[in-house]
Design a protein around this ligand. Structure first.
Ligand code: ATP
Length: 275
């Protein structure tokens, strides 16, 4: 499992300031994180502690970034995995991996200053598909059952606190048992960014790039309708490459406009074989 301490990540610490166009998701997530930040008060009020948060939205919108930022905001360790890592041919292996994952997360939590860890599971629908559906078979069902057992076993007065953050773009495929109280009982929508959000994301990804004065962010915000955060990151990178190839010291507006076409075209090419 990709067990990264949120403070030791390659590329540095991710904070909520590094995430653009997701203000309402960030607000909801921060509210939910109070559960990790103030466990004693939560317990004293008799509130059932939050065990799982589900981030729902299309690919590349920042779900992984949000989980990482949640870890640094709460000074928790961060452990990431993906539902597809649990696909196994042999019965029982997936379930065993789930057990190992939770025990690893507890170990990592003890290493963090706050005795807490965020366990991020991307592509949750792969291991959490409705039991008995054609997307699932017996082996997956055992894996999912084990995840439910582990989540049910998280107790409010546990010395180490674990929060499971799941991500999916297909909440409709999930087994309803996952969404019951005491499991993933908070859902946070992570949508494609609007124009203002797209501009903010471009600003974030050009922070360390030499921009020429003619770069018109308003225009770029307009022509990138439908772009995700991942597309915008790629746009900023492509524009820099185009400028570099030309021998230009700065990135001009035309480089960005040309890069918009490249990103759109790249997306089409990638999609052709499967769509
Ligand atoms: P997937 O569902 O494909 O796993 P995701 O929603 O988890 O995607 P991320 O992995 O968080 O998306 O995003 C991929 C990359 O795209 C990030 O590392 C970042 O560079 C960029 N990015 C995505 N969304 C944002 C955003 N809202 N703000 C800034 N950068 C973003």
């Amino acid at each position: 499992f990709k067990g990264l301490d949120s403070r030791e990540q390659v590329g540095g610490l991710i904070t909520f300031d590094d995430i653009g166009g997701q203000d309402s998701a960030i607000k909801e997530l921060r509210e939910a994180l109070e559960f990790l930040l103030r466990p004693v008060e939560i317990l004293e009020m008799g509130i059932r502690p939050l065990k799982g948060i589900l981030l729902v939205g299309p690919p590349g919108t920042g779900k992984t970034l949000l989980a990482r930022a949640a870890a640094s905001y709460t000074k928790s360790s961060f452990l990431a995995t993906s539902g597809s890592e649990f696909i196994e041919m042999y019965a029982g292996v997936g379930a065993k991996r789930v057990r190992q994952l939770f025990s690893e997360a507890r170990k990592k939590a003890r290493m963090s200053g706050k005795n807490s860890a965020i366990l991020f599971i991307d592509e949750l629908e792969v291991l959490g598909a409705r039991r008995g559906s054609h997307q699932s078979h017996m082996e997956y069902d055992q894996t999912l059952n084990q995840l439910l057992v582990e989540m049910d076993g998280l107790m409010p007065d546990d010395e180490t606190r674990l929060l499971v953050v799941g991500a999916t773009n297909r909440a409709d495929m999930l087994d309803p048992a996952l969404l019951r109280p005491g499991r993933f009982d908070r859902q946070v929508m992570v949508s494609l960014p609007d124009k203002k959000g797209r501009i903010r994301i471009l600003e974030i990804h050009t922070r360390n790039k030499p921009l020429a004065d003619d770069v018109d962010m308003e225009d770029l915000g307009r022509v990138t309708f439908g772009f995700s955060g991942a597309h915008l990151e790629s746009l900023a990178n492509e524009a820099a490459i185009l400028a570099f190839r030309e021998g230009s010291k700065k990135i001009h507006h035309r480089h960005f406009r040309e890069a918009v076409d490249k990103v759109i075209l790249g997306e089409k090419l990638e999609r052709t074989p499967t769509d």
